[in-house]
Design a protein around this ligand. Structure first.
Ligand code: GRF
Length: 219
């Protein structure tokens, strides 16, 4: 990956609050890179307006326009490659990606997931953390591999679950952590400090035994 000047593409489906955190970090110069394009599978994704306000080219590739997952992912990959991204960032992109797509972007495709992986892969993570009686919860940034939410974890944001927490309060607290964690990890990647080697992550050339964590600002 080229550093500085990492070429970043972001895929979204919704509000784009994580996209906003990345836009702000690029504008502030804390990420040595540029978001070259933002693609959405949904016309109404709020994140599209955020990108447009920041002057970033956007595109909509509707999954409903394609016969199957493979055809959609081929179109998505074609569009992405036009920006020649060093890094493809999934930020609330609500699609399962085909193995072919994931393999094509191997080592340069990352996602943020609202749980402390490997706990609670998939959906409804806040409800499931509460139902399981977990004492800690948070978010993970990981490389994407064909198995869902199962790629090597780069870093996590951790918070303690409070007795009064509900799925809604956890969602809000975890998102605040995400907005700090994702720009930090994208910064490391843009600086060339992080690599995926097999099923492990190396930070500054050293394999990580455990993903580094960031804690919430509140006690
Ligand atoms: C985030 O909470 C992330 O964990 C999940 O999708 C959500 C996207 O939110 N993958 P936003 O669109 O970035 O606000």
């Amino acid at each position: 990956m080229s550093a500085p000047g990492c070429r970043i593409a972001v895929l979204i489906s919704g509000t784009g609050s994580n996209l906003q955190a990345l836009i702000d970090a690029c504008a502030a110069g804390t990420i040595p890179g540029r978001i070259e394009q933002v693609l959405s599978n949904r016309d109404k994704a709020g994140g599209l307006a955020r990108a447009q306000r920041a002057g970033i080219p956007t595109g909509i590739i509707r999954h409903t326009d394609y016969a199957d997952r493979e055809a959609y992912d081929r179109a998505l990959a074609r569009q992405l490659e036009q920006a020649a991204p060093d890094l493809v960032v999934l930020a609330g992109f609500m699609r399962i990606l085909s193995d072919t797509f994931v393999d094509a972007f191997h080592g340069r495709l990352i996602n943020i997931h609202p749980s402390l992986l490997p706990a609670h892969r998939g959906l409804h993570t806040h409800e499931r953390a509460l139902a399981a009686g977990d004492r800690q919860h948070g978010c993970s940034v990981h490389y994407v591999i064909p198995a869902l939410d199962a790629g090597p974890v780069i870093a996590q944001g951790v918070l303690g679950i409070q007795p009064a927490d509900t799925p809604a309060t956890l969602a809000e607290r975890v998102q605040r952590l995400e907005h700090r964690l994702y720009p930090l990890v994208v910064r490391w990647l843009a600086e060339g400090r992080v690599q995926m080697q097999g099923d492990r992550v190396c930070l500054d050339g050293e394999p990580l035994a455990q993903p580094p964590g960031i804690a919430p600002l509140e006690a």
